[in-house]
Design a protein around this ligand. Structure first.
Ligand code: NAD
Ligand code: DAU
Length: 359
């Protein structure tokens, strides 16, 4: 059985990737390593818990010895690295956490893989999952980011992800590590932590709480359903060229204010409220510091070379997402009450912990 290490598998995108790999590849054991920060939630993985080809290990990617031990203990042959601090607003509050996990944590994994594989790279892949935010902000009329766009990160989050991308490329160029990288646009879908725009606003519409729009709400993001991202990751892991970078995006640009109107219309309709009535909850608040005006991704390389296409029309994706949050009040209640932080002890005690920094 081939052992694949997925980092950050208890998070939003990671849990979609883990669930899909465990089901799709029974001949492959998924070793999910996650520290379970506030963003890690084992309730996201109930579907795969107890499956023969799934193993959860609680560990911190910043703990180098723990990462080395993982590679040796489980004879890891492939890595899909998603673990990160991922929220821009938090990076403005605490940039150090972002440098630690996103930069040092990634460096630890790159080094652990380099030592474990010791130059024998046959069948090995180190896939680093990154963001379009490394490219910076686009003018309204500028063409979308391509893989050749110069890096120009603005937030501590995007600067830390840019650093990790550079380190991943450096390990390919210096040690021949079989690195693949992708840079993806804004994801949405089930299991996203309700600090990000879409789940936060759905939750607040349901609760009839204010919808905090940063500044004028004219910033543009390019939205992609998380399952389309997870499918692209699978394709790039298996068929992408070693040493290459692939942009992933929905070709689906929305100004925040327009997106919020769709969210309100769809959620009101699902709740049986008069369409648009939740618009009264919109509250313009102080803008995010250094708020990037526009992101847009050119994913033509991925489409041309690997045949990937985004599959879900946006309104349908939003409808399914709102439906999921409404149908899973227990998931949201577990998160908002903080109860989800106790799932690990309830499920595992200390049995699956490696390393010493697991607080
Ligand atoms: P998330 O915040 O939902 O999940 C991150 C996961 O990483 C959590 O389970 C958390 O517990 C874990 N983690 C954090 N620090 C850790 C550490 N030190 N050791 C081990 N585990 C740790 O994030 P997400 O939105 O699912 O993003 C996953 C990856 O995809 C990130 O690398 C992010 O930069 C990238 N990405 C996200 C988006 C998006 O729109 N969400 C878009 C493009 C790229
Ligand atoms: O582009 C990819 C990136 O998308 C990922 O790398 C990040 O991990 C992910 O968090 C996301 O970053 P954004 O900052 O674009 O996403 P967020 O959901 O935080 O914000 C989306 C837009 O909505 C942005 O312009 C800020 C605005 N916003 C956000 C929140 C949380 C608001 O107006 N109000 C809010 O309360």
């Amino acid at each position: 059985m081939k052992n694949i290490l997925i980092t950050g598998g208890a998070g939003f995108i990671g849990s979609h990737v883990v669930r899909s790999w465990v089901k799709r590849y029974p001949g492959c054991r998924v070793v999910n390593v996650d520290k379970l920060t506030y963003a890690g939630n084992l309730a996201n993985l109930k579907e795969v818990e107890g499956k023969e080809n799934y193993l959860f290990v609680r560990a911190d990617i910043c703990d180098f010895e723990a990462m080395r031990e993982l590679f040796t203990r489980y004879a890891i042959e492939g890595v899909i690295h998603l673990a990160a601090e991922s929220h821009v607003d938090r990076s403005i509050e605490d940039p150090f956490a972002f440098a630690r996990t996103n930069v040092m944590g990634t460096l630890n994994l790159l080094q652990a893989a380099t030592l474990a594989w010791a130059g024998d790279h046959a069948g090995k892949v180190f896939y680093h999952v990154s963001t379009d935010e490394v490219y910076g902000s686009l003018a309204a009329d500028a063409p979308p980011f391509t893989e050749a766009t110069r890096y120009d990160p603005h937030s501590p989050y995007s600067a830390s992800k840019a650093s990790s991308d550079h380190l991943a490329r450096a390990f390919h160029d210096t040690y021949g590590l079989p690195v693949k990288i992708s840079n993806c646009s804004n994801n949405y879908g089930p299991y996203q932590f309700p600090e990000k725009l879409i789940p936060l606003f759905i939750h607040n519409i349901v609760q009839e709480k204010p919808l905090p729009v940063y500044g004028k709400g004219e910033n543009v993001r390019d939205w992609l359903h998380v399952e389309d991202h997870a499918r692209a990751i699978d394709l790039i892991f298996h068929e992408g060229r070693v040493g290459d970078t692939y942009n992933i995006g929905g070709g689906n640009e929305w100004r925040n204010v327009d997106l919020i109107k769709v969210l309100i219309r769809v959620t009101d309709e699902l709740l049986g409220r008069p369409a648009g009535s939740s618009a009264r909850l919109i509250t313009h608040v102080t803008d995010r510091a250094g708020h990037d005006a526009r992101y847009a991704i050119d994913s033509s390389k991925l489409q041309r070379e690997l045949g990937w296409r985004p599959s879900l029309p946006f309104e349908e994706g939003i409808r399914r997402t709102a439906r999921w949050y409404l149908d899973n009040p227990g998931w949201l209640a577990g998160v908002t009450s903080g109860e989800y932080r106790h799932y690990y002890e309830k499920m595992y005690g200390t049995r699956t912990t490696i390393g010493h920094e697991n607080s």
